[in-house]
Design a protein around this ligand. Structure first.
Ligand code: AMP
Length: 396
């Protein structure tokens, strides 16, 4: 089976053609500068090709993608009919979507209804969907939501302690993000530990970071909120702060709320504390060279991650498994070591030798650790492909 995975942004569109059973990617690429001029970056194995192609809208980007996928020189399929279905990454499913679903007019309307919750991403995701529908009208399309995995949270986890009218009238609540990654890691971890019923905390630590408390494969709580700004501090996002900080800064510096939120999303987190970079590798280099601000940024990050593991261990009444994933979680053994050091009180023990490796699926805890600690490289695209294939096969 061939699933085309589409992740449409406002001026870009990423694609992958994947076999959902093997996870093998036959081709992938990026259309960028959509609406400006247009450039296609296409990759088959190690062969890369870059082409300037006019892309006034997402439709031309999809058309260019389908063309290069069938190209005699750079293509991997003979006709569009070889694409069995398209899986679209959609940011916000609001309270409308609890799972991935086959796209029809009703689904499009519901995604539109969620635009106020995802004002930057949902319109772009819809452009990707409409463009695909236009150029491949008979190919089934599936929407996979970043929020859906978290919809199993109980109300005590998702409700904010603010007047009920904002929840009832405006759907303001915790949603959580990176759901496709959390779902993939929860599913893969169940295979690795060989059981379905267990309690775990997954740490998706990358440029954007979020954590989830998962019981028997179902999300019970997560760190991000109405938007991805909440939770642990991230590359450039502040993570949790007292909401009154916004009022204070706006009043004192004559900033608008939008400007202040832009600062909290783009100029805060590791970048702000270190004053150097949002990239954990730069922070590590800085810390090694005696830059105290870089060391503090890393320390703050590990501290907040460990704090949430502690909180979620309480929420779940203990945990059996702790998982690390995404850029930092998969690669930064010092972050993992520091987080686990904080969790020693819970009987978390890792093997320094095992932990020193990176980017691989591996158990890094010692046999006598009370909690199994795993590194599970995430694969959101595979999860999208699998959800898409499952829905399309079930509908046959
Ligand atoms: P992501 O958002 O999941 O792509 O993760 C990006 C983050 O992962 C950046 O902060 C990188 O510094 C970090 N990262 C990637 N590779 C490594 C590595 N080998 N060691 C430490 N951090 C890494």
């Amino acid at each position: 089976m061939n699933i085309l995975i589409i992740n449409a942004g406002s001026s870009s569109l990423k694609y992958q053609l994947m076999d959902p059973e093997t996870g093998v990617v036959s081709a992938k690429g990026l259309c960028e500068r959509i609406g400006i001029d247009g450039r296609l970056n296409h990759k088959v194995g190690e062969n890369k090709v870059v082409k300037d192609i006019p892309m006034p809208t997402h439709s031309e980007a999809i058309a260019a993608t389908l063309e290069i996928l069938q190209d005699a020189e750079h293509g991997v399929i003979k006709s569009v009919a070889e694409i069995d279905a398209v899986g679209h990454r959609v940011l916000h499913g609001g309270m409308e979507f609890f799972d991935s679903c086959i796209i029809n007019d009703e689904v499009i309307k519901a995604i539109e209804k969620c635009i106020p919750l995802g004002p930057l991403h949902n319109p772009a995701n819809l452009m990707g969907i409409r463009a695909c529908q236009a150029v491949m009208p008979t190919t089934p399309q599936v929407a996979v939501f970043d929020t859906a995995f978290h919809m199993t949270m109980p109300s005590k986890a998702y409700r904010y302690a603010i007047p009920t009218e904002y929840y009832e009238n405006d759907s303001i609540r915790r949603y959580g993000f990176h759901g496709t990654s959390h779902k993939y890691v929860a599913k893969r971890t169940a295979e690795l530990v060989g059981k379905k019923e267990f309690k775990m905390v997954n740490c998706h630590l990358g440029n954007g970071s979020s954590m989830s408390a998962v019981k028997d494969g179902k999300c019970q709580d997560t760190t991000m909120g109405l938007t991805p700004l909440a939770g642990v501090p991230m590359g450039t996002r502040s993570g949790d702060i007292d909401a009154a900080v916004v009022q204070f800064i706006c009043n004192k510096y004559g900033m608008s709320v939008d400007e202040c939120l832009n600062m909290l999303n783009k100029k805060s987190g590791m970048l702000a504390i270190s004053g150097v970079s949002s990239d954990f590798r730069d922070l590590e280099d800085g810390a090694k060279n005696g830059n105290e601000a870089c060391a503090l940024a890393r320390e703050k990050f590990c501290y907040e991650v460990a704090k949430y593991v502690g909180a979620y261990a309480a929420a779940l009444n203990g945990i059996d498994v702790l998982t690390f994933t995404a850029g930092v979680g998969e690669n930064d053994c010092n972050v993992r070591a520091k987080v686990c050091e904080y969790l020693g009180f819970m009987g978390v023990k890792i093997d320094p030798e095992l932990n020193s490796k990176r980017g691989k699926e591996m158990l890094i805890s010692t046999p006598d650790s009370k909690v199994q600690v795993w590194v599970v490289p995430t694969n959101e695209e595979l999860m999208i492909a699998q959800d898409t294939a499952e829905l399309v096969n079930a509908a046959k």
